[in-house]
Design a protein around this ligand. Structure first.
Ligand code: GTP
Length: 594
């Protein structure tokens, strides 16, 4: 295709503002999916595929429109995947900024807009869901226009549901988004903006060709790893994969299949070139995704450890950002220390492990990655409380911080500031988006965000606040490791790295919780929270003499035997910490963040 006729764009939006619905309408209006198969087949089929665990979502769909080729590129919606979002944006020349006409601008609207502006994209502001009775198109058109600096009349108004305004929007894409430019005769360079594992076909790699040409049956080179592969298939998606015998030229968007089995061999952000005639320079800005949040994952039933390993291996095929290594806990047994991009990523992985692989898991409290500098100048990173040095020779500890943006109705400013201040936040600034909506920016330690920050924010603002955060380097922090001891024995699963000011609260809360959760034993069990050798909180579980046989005094022997059996069974679900029997559920309950 002549690059002058190509338009590459993405749709960026806050969650639920209607991106998928609008995309469906575009598929239908451009005739890529016909009216009848739209609901009955296209979406149904996706459900089945989803159940089978194959990735179905078209990451980039080619839409013919008035003699032009529009490539609609999908972006992952969430903060944790910002790096991938920014890569998808690099594959486009323009972006539709979609805002729900009944909701207005939200935190992810802003975050995505800033990414798009950084990538120099042409922005088309659009209000969606104008069919809703609660829509306030005039009000929000003004808000949106104020944000991007255009006239309110330039804001398009559509309904992804009814299709109203969608044709005009497609025309607008052709008129305002620049055509791609690249050097057709140069060595091939294509940007990988997505990479998905498919059970049947192996890894499907989505690329945008910047310069030159990629063909079928060609040896290609991944520039970050120097690995070479052969392209077994190359094509475009519309909406099914369609092999393209002529290959892909400048500005084109499509997929490659090389037979690799693991997305880590075909990483988002990498540059694909020809092995025979490689390009001199990679496309800018490739980086490995870095895990930011760590947690221990253990099977509740220790026998499921091999299944857990297998499940993690499988998930990793399709998730280059997921990292894990085996870890043992004296209290929880064999498990893994798993690194995630952020909280959402952690929740998704955990949910998939439980739902798709039928595992029951205990996860230890999440922590971030710390950099510890000792007095003798030695330096290392800590991703697990057990690696935190116990001795006093620490010079400095650094923790990751974020730049967080919260959007909410202005009546909640007080509540939001209180929460942020309580979590060592530093106010960066505040702007009114309209009379009654504010954007509040804070520097917040990532470690403070990962403990139910979002839940608190939601509950204190009746669900109206939205949050977005991005990594913003690190800062020195006064952090300590709090250990929890049962009868003098530390229980590794309960150790946590916390700020000095919160160590006491953490210790007291944990000790209280455990006193409720651990049944009384034949002897007294002291529960202590300690920083090093210094005890900061203490609770006691009083002893009982649990003589089950006493009840059947003189009774028949078979009944006695039954009771003994039952007691033995109960014991199986116990973990021994020193001499103390701790029920499995106590671990689960103590480690859940309510
Ligand atoms: P995520 O994929 O979760 O980020 O959401 P999304 O932005 O893709 O939104 P989606 O298209 O799933 O729509 C979210 C909800 O809004 C769904 O219940 C849709 O039916 C509804 N919706 C989307 N567009 C419209 C619209 O134009 N009008 C109305 N009334 N509802 C809409």
């Amino acid at each position: 295709t002549d690059p002058a006729l190509i338009r590459n764009f993405c749709i960026i939006a806050h969650i639920d503002h209607g991106k998928s619905t609008l995309a469906d309408r575009m598929l239908q209006i451009t005739g890529v999916v016909d009216d009848r198969s739209m609901r009955a087949q296209y979406l149904d089929r996706m459900d089945i595929e989803r159940e089978r665990g194959i990735t179905i979502k078209s990451q980039a769909v080619r839409l013919p429109w008035n003699g032009h080729v529009l490539n609609m590129i999908d972006t992952p919606g969430h903060v944790d995947f910002t790096y991938e979002v920014s890569r998808s944006l690099q594959a486009c020349e323009g972006a539709i900024l979609l805002v729900d006409a009944a909701q207005g601008i939200e935190a992810q609207t802003l975050a995505n807009l800033y990414l798009a502006m950084n990538a120099d994209l042409q922005i088309i502001p659009v209000l969606n869901k104008i069919d809703l009775p609660a829509a306030q198109p005039e009000k929000f058109a003004e808000e949106l226009a104020g944000l991007i600096g255009c006239d309110p009349s330039d804001v398009l108004k559509v309904s992804g549901k009814t299709g109203e305004g969608v044709r005009e929007l497609l025309d607008h894409v052709v008129e305002t988004i620049p055509a791609p430019v690249g050097r057709a005769d140069a060595a091939a360079r294509a940007l990988i903006f997505d990479s998905v594992y498919d059970t049947y076909r192996g890894v499907v790699t989505y690329v945008r060709v910047i310069d030159g040409h990629l063909s079928k049956r060609e040896r290609i080179l991944m520039m970050s790893t120097s690995a070479t592969h052969e392209t077994l298939e190359i094509g475009v998606i519309s909406p099914e994969p369609k092999p393209a015998d002529l290959g892909l030229g400048v500005g084109e968007v499509g997929y490659l299949i090389t037979g690799v089995k693991d997305v880590r061999q075909s990483r988002v952000g990498d540059t694909v070139t020809s092995a025979a005639k490689p390009a001199g320079e990679m496309l800018a800005g490739y980086e490995h995704p870095k895990p930011m949040v760590f947690s221990g994952l253990y099977p509740i039933d220790g026998d499921e450890y091999p299944e857990l390993r297998e499940a993690l291996d499988k998930l990793q095929l399709n998730d280059a950002a997921l990292v894990y290594e085996p870890e043992t806990s004296a209290a929880l047994g064999f498990g893994f220390r798993v690194g995630f991009l952020g909280l959402l990523h952690m929740e998704i992985v955990r949910e998939r492990l439980e739902r798709e692989f039928g595992l029951s898991l205990i996860s230890t409290a999440p922590n971030v990655i710390y950099r510890v500098v000792m007095e003798d100048g030695k330096e290392f990173t800590v991703t697990n409380p057990s690696e935190f040095p116990a001795g006093g020779k620490i010079a400095t500890v650094f923790e990751p911080v974020t730049k967080s943006t919260i959007l909410a109705p202005s009546e909640f400013i007080g509540a939001i500031m209180e929460i942020c201040q309580g979590r060592r936040g530093q106010l960066l600034g505040m702007d009114y988006l309209s009379e009654d909506r504010v954007e509040i920016r804070y520097t917040l330690p990532l470690g403070e965000i990962i403990f139910d920050f979002f839940d608190q924010l939601k509950s204190r603002t009746r669900g109206y606040a939205s949050l977005d955060y991005e990594p913003a380097g690190e800062q020195e922090a006064d952090l300590v490791k709090v250990d929890i001891l049962l009868q003098g024995e530390p229980v590794d699963a309960f150790s946590a790295i916390v700020h000095k000011d919160k160590a006491y609260t953490y210790g007291v809360d944990m000790a209280k919780k455990l006193r409720e959760l651990i049944p009384r034993q034949q002897f007294e069990v002291p529960i202590q929270a300690a920083i090093g050798a210094r005890v900061i909180a203490r609770e006691n579980i009083r002893a009982i003499r649990k003589d089950v046989l006493a009840k059947c005094y003189g009774g028949d022997i078979s009944r006695k035997r039954k009771l003994l059996e039952k007691q033995k069974e109960g014991k199986k679900r116990m973990k021994m910490v020193g001499r103390v029997e701790v029920p499995q559920e106590a671990f689960v309950a103590a480690l859940s963040t309510e």
